[in-house]
Design a protein around this ligand. Structure first.
Ligand SMILES: Nc1ncnc2c1ncn2[C@@H]1O[C@H](COP(=O)(O)OP(=O)(O)OP(=O)(O)O)[C@@H](O)[C@H]1O
Length: 220
């Protein structure tokens, strides 16, 4: 269980979270949904340890993790592409592997490249790849450290249906052994990943939509 206890986060005068508490199961996949600007990315960044809450505590299976533990155990895949664009896919993978102490082995990397249909692109420089392919490489980078928690901020934004399906399959598979947390604005993803949905904010559109589709959710 990932537990948020009385978490408060402000940006200048804007209160994004005010004494918020939430329990997120570590089994399976959790989707965070809600309108633009409501605080989904902020929440994921706080769980990943990239942003610090102003007050409150985040516990991982009942304990607080040090910055080092979070770095070791949490894979974070940002919304924006975080790759070296003048380097090839293989060079990027080697570079990011080099920053880590323990990583997944090359066979597993080859497995993900194949599952995501990008094994032909290994020698291509990133700037020549489509946005969708870059996003897939971004995802594999997030998996390199063998995370026990994988956090993805809109992992399938702006990519075609086939690629989205491939990413969804990989995430489903991963969620059997790893906690997967992600944000999405896509209805088909909300319907496909109904393990655990957290609705952020008060907008009734989302609540009505989930209730109409009979999808259970937790409110934050
Ligand atoms: N570094 C920052 N400095 C100042 N304000 C910020 C910062 N990061 C986020 N915010 C503000 O905090 C609020 C929540 O932002 P956040 O990015 O978490 O929302 P979101 O739900 O992920 O949005 P979207 O769906 O558009 O990605 C927004 O009002 C945003 O402008």
């Amino acid at each position: 269980m990932i537990t948020l206890q009385n978490v408060t986060k402000h940006y200048r005068k804007k209160a994004v979270y005010e004494k918020c508490s939430l329990e997120i199961p570590t089994a399976g996949m959790t989707l965070f949904i809600g309108q633009n600007g409501i605080g989904k990315s902020t929440l994921l960044k706080m769980i990943a340890g990239i942003e610090k809450p102003d007050a409150g505590t985040i516990l991982y299976d009942g304990v607080q993790w040090s910055a080092n533990e979070r770095k070791k155990r949490i894979g974070y895949v940002p919304q924006e592409i975080a790759l070296w664009e003048h380097m090839t896919v293989d060079e990027n993978l080697a570079f990011f592997k080099g920053l880590l102490k323990e990583t997944i082995d090359d066979e597993l990397i080859a497995y993900y490249l194949k599952k995501l249909s990008i094994e032909q692109e290994r020698k291509t420089v990133v700037k020549k790849l489509s946005g969708g392919t870059q996003r897939k490489v971004n995802l594999i980078i997030g998996l390199l450290a063998k995370p026990t928690i994988l956090i993805l901020d809109e992992p399938t934004v702006g990519i075609d249906l086939k690629s989205r399906t491939e990413i969804q399959h990989v995430l489903h598979e991963l969620s059997a052994t790893c906690t997967v947390l992600l944000t999405t604005h896509l209805l088909d993803e909300i319907e496909a990943f109904t393990d655990n949905i957290v609705l952020i904010g008060e907008d009734t559109f989302y609540r009505d939509m989930l209730e109409e589709k009979n999808i259970a959710y937790t409110k934050l």
